[in-house]
Write a protein that binds this ligand. Structure first.
Ligand SMILES: [Mg+2]
Ligand SMILES: [Zn+2]
Length: 172
């Protein structure tokens, strides 16, 4: 079994700008690169779990989402860090693009993205946490059986370390 830290994306690893699709608008949250690096060095998969209803709304495409995620990992590589995988929900019940305009099972606070990741990587949910800046992130975590941690938006590494310390996780 592996263990993971699930991260929300917008407002958690990057500054929330509203329907981010272009890396030119991408700005790291303080401590985000170090938090990801901390996961890489301490035996946690770093997995992003993000609602991207901009796809359903027609603001950008799934290809744009994937391109941005690849670009994020290129940037992290310069710091010797990486996101292990990205899981995203492109849906919204009121979307303008018909095939994405569904009441899906993956849009947070629903747990499907986290559950899919847990299955793919044989993740031990009891050893894993999810950090996000919105209550629906915490709810998605809890709905998946993973402990959810609300991020105050200040420094992601500090939030991660205190979250893991609090349950006596091994930080070696
Ligand atoms: Mg967010
Ligand atoms: Zn979905």
């Amino acid at each position: 079994m592996s263990k993971a830290v699930f991260f929300d994306r917008d407002g958690t690893i990057n500054v929330e700008v509203g329907y981010l699709s272009n890396f030119d608008q991408f700005e790291w949250i303080d401590g985000a690169i170090d938090a990801i690096k901390f996961c890489n060095r301490n035996g946690y998969l770093a997995i992003v779990v993000t609602n991207q209803s901009g796809v359903a709304r027609g603001y950008y495409t799934e290809a744009d989402v994937v391109k941005l995620h690849n670009r994020i990992n290129e940037e992290l590589a310069k710091h010797g860090a990486h996101i292990d995988d990205f899981f995203y929900c492109p849906h919204h019940p009121n979307g303008a693009v018909e095939r994405y305009a569904v009441d899906c099972q993956c849009r947070k606070p629903k747990p499907q993205l986290i559950l899919d990741a847990c299955r793919k990587y044989s993740i031990d949910k009891s050893q894993s946490i999810m950090i996000g800046d919105a209550q629906r992130d915490v709810d998605a975590a809890n709905n998946a059986g993973v402990r959810g941690v609300l991020f105050d938006g200040i420094n992601l590494l500090n939030t991660l370390k205190s979250a893991l310390d609090r349950n006596d996780y091994n930080l070696d």
